[in-house]
Design a protein around this ligand. Structure first.
Ligand SMILES: [Zn+2]
Ligand SMILES: [Zn+2]
Length: 355
């Protein structure tokens, strides 16, 4: 960083913070403050799921109901450990055409893209915190293989890998799974973030995200966890309580360039963070997403991929919808401090199959 910055502890007055990556101001309304331990999930996962559900399409024995398997990993005596299949109810389909069609002053196109489901375990209630490190590594490896396969297809411009866990996070099935969607367009939201990073690079001559890692490591107060390849922290201007960014230390614009060592370290960071979210926040619903550069920008010096976790603890209300600004009642430094301490993992719920 080239400017004088303050790492003084935040005061307890209301304040606004600017997130240079999203270009959004966030309001920290501490007069509406809740303490970290009050900002917890409702234990959504505590409705204990069984290890096997005969009605679940992802449980073993329902293979005939699944779309064709695109990728499968075997393990030990289990016929499969991870499976990637096409989504039975896809948001986008590969048959679509990218041709724009005018309708008066309007424009439309067909819904081109790929929509895949990654079934993370044959066991219905084995969520990531309950898995072994090796199982999580296998998931990350499957993300990488599908990412490379999809991004090389000519019409695909962006590949988004994400996980919705729990109903509040948009999941309709409890069985552990992630999703992968490729699109034939670059959404404005992604272009806007590219533009912000480019502006920063042109101004300062360095990658904003690399500078952010340096700033966080030097301040230390928002870091939750770090290993040889990744730094996990609550961003300075987190839009919601307990938001976590897991960022690779080495500058790479797209997820496709992740190394074997980084895959193992990402799995370890992700595992550690989800265990903390579950153990410290009473098993809330959450989303995570891998942000990676759009095609043709994969060598850019300003783009830097990372993984973002967002626990679902609050709801966007009228002011947020009307202004685009978030109101966060929890301070990032305190959230990081709360998550940093080792969680007493609870038995039951989505963690039921933990050994
Ligand atoms: Zn199942
Ligand atoms: Zn960078």
């Amino acid at each position: 960083m080239k400017r004088a910055t303050s790492t003084a502890p935040a005061s307890h007055r209301n304040e606004m913070r600017y997130n240079p990556a999203t270009g959004r101001w966030v309001i920290y309304a501490l007069s509406r403050r809740q303490r970290p331990r009050e900002m917890v999930g409702a234990g959504e996962g505590s409705r204990a799921e069984p290890a096997y559900d005969e009605h679940c399409p992802f449980c073993p024995g329902h293979e005939q109901d699944l779309p064709p398997v695109l990728l499968e990993y075997g393990r030990g005596d289990s016929p499969w450990q991870i499976r990637v299949v096409e989504n039975k109810y896809p948001a986008l389909t590969p048959e679509g055409d990218l041709k724009r069609v005018c309708q008066g002053i309007y424009m439309k196109m067909e819904g081109y893209g790929h929509h895949e489901v990654l079934i993370e375990s044959p066991v219905h209630n084995r969520q990531i915190p309950a898995m072994t490190g090796g199982e999580v590594e296998m998931i990350v490896d499957a993300y990488h293989r599908r990412y490379l396969e999809l991004i090389r297809l000519e019409k695909n411009l962006l590949v988004v890998i994400f996980r919705n866990c729990g109903r509040r996070a948009g999941a309709s099935l409890a069985h552990p799974h992630s999703q992968i969607i490729s699109t034939g367009v670059v959404p404005g939201h992604v272009r806007e973030q590219e533009y912000r990073a480019q502006q920063y690079f042109d101004q300062w001559g360095s990658c904003m995200y690399c500078d952010m890692i340096a700033e966080e490591l030097s301040a230390g107060i928002r870091i939750i966890h770090a290993n040889r390849s990744f730094v996990s922290f609550v961003p300075y201007a987190a839009a919601q309580p307990f938001e976590i960014w897991i960022m690779p230390r080495v500058h790479k614009a797209h997820f496709g360039d992740i190394s074997a060592e980084e895959k193992a370290d990402l799995a370890s960071s992700l595992h550690a963070m989800l265990r903390r979210v579950q153990g410290r926040l009473n098993d809330p619903d959450y989303n995570y997403v891998i942000h990676s550069s759009a095609k043709y920008r994969t060598d850019e010096p300003q783009a830097h991929w990372f993984l973002q976790i967002g626990p679902r603890l609050t709801t966007r209300a009228g002011f947020e919808i009307g202004s685009g600004m978030s109101i966060n009642t929890s301070l990032p430094e305190e959230d990081a401090d709360f998550l940093r301490s080792d969680p007493p993992l609870e038995k039951g719920g989505r963690n039921a199959s933990q050994a």
